[in-house]
Design a protein around this ligand. Structure first.
Ligand SMILES: Cc1cc2nc3c(=O)[nH]c(=O)nc-3n(C[C@H](O)[C@H](O)[C@H](O)COP(=O)(O)O)c2cc1C
Length: 173
C-alpha cells in the first residue's frame, strides 16, 4: 500500500481507451467494500460511460470539472442523506477507495468536488447533476471521480517534501 501511495497523484488527462469490464468490476467491488458508519452504506454510485453524458458532467462547474471530458468513465459518488448523518464521510472514504483501486490497476483518476459548489450563479453543481442524471431528491452528490488510462505523467511527491510539522505527538505543542 505505501508503494502505491508514493506514486499517487491526481491525473486529469486520459487516453480515449476504454476501461476493461474486469477493471470496472474490481472498482465496483472495492467501492462496495468501503467501510461506513454503523454499516448503513448510504452511498450510491452512478457509473457513467456515455461520452455525451460525461461531457455534460464536465460542465458541472465553471472550474475544476472540465478534466472529466477526456475520462472514459466517471463515477458519481452520491448518498441517501436521510439514511445517515455522516454520509459525507462515508462517501469520501468510498471515493478514495475507488481512486486507490484504480491506481492499483495502472489507471489514473481525479476527484471533482460537487457538494457545496456552484454550476453558475443560479444553480448548484449538485442540482445540475441531480437534474442531468434524474436523481431522486434525497440523493445528494458529493463528487465525481473521473477515471481512465493516464495521458500524463506526474512526479511522485519527494519524501523530504512531506509536511512532517503536521504531525504532533501526544499534545499540540
Ligand atoms: C475533497 C477534494 C476535492 C477536490 N476537488 C477537485 C476538483 O474539483 N477539481 C480538480 O481538478 N481536482 C480536485 N481535487 C484534486 C486536488 O486538486 C489534488 O488532490 C491536489 O491538488 C493534490 O494533488 P495530487 O492529488 O496530485 O497530490 C480534489 C481533491 C479533494 C481531496
Amino acid at each position: 500500500m505505501i508503494e502505491l501511495l508514493r506514486t499517487r497523484r491526481s491525473i486529469r488527462k486520459f487516453t480515449p481507451e476504454k476501461i476493461a469490464p474486469d477493471a470496472i468490476s474490481t472498482i465496483v467491488e472495492a467501492a462496495l467494500r468501503a467501510p461506513s458508519s454503523r454499516s448503513i452504506n448510504p452511498w450510491e454510485f452512478v457509473l457513467v460511460d456515455d461520452l455525451a453524458t460525461i461531457n455534460k458532467l464536465s460542465k458541472a462547474k465553471q472550474h475544476g470539472s472540465e478534466f472529466l471530458k477526456s475520462a472514459p468513465l466517471a463515477i458519481v459518488v452520491c448518498a441517501d442523506s436521510t439514511k445517515s448523518d455522516v454520509w459525507i464521510e462515508d462517501c469520501s472514504i468510498a471515493a478514495i477507495i475507488i481512486q486507490l483501486t484504480a491506481l492499483s490497476m495502472g489507471l489514473g483518476s481525479c476527484w471533482a468536488q460537487i457538494r457545496e459548489r456552484q454550476h453558475d450563479y443560479e444553480q448548484s453543481a449538485e442540482f445540475y447533476i441531480q437534474d442531468l442524471l434524474s436523481l431522486p431528491e434525497n440523493i445528494k452528490v458529493e463528487c465525481i471521480i473521473g477515471i481512465g488510462h493516464p495521458a500524463e505523467k506526474k512526479q511522485q511527491v519527494a519524501a523530504d517534501k512531506l509536511q512532517h510539522d503536521k504531525i504532533k505527538s501526544n499534545f499540540w505543542d
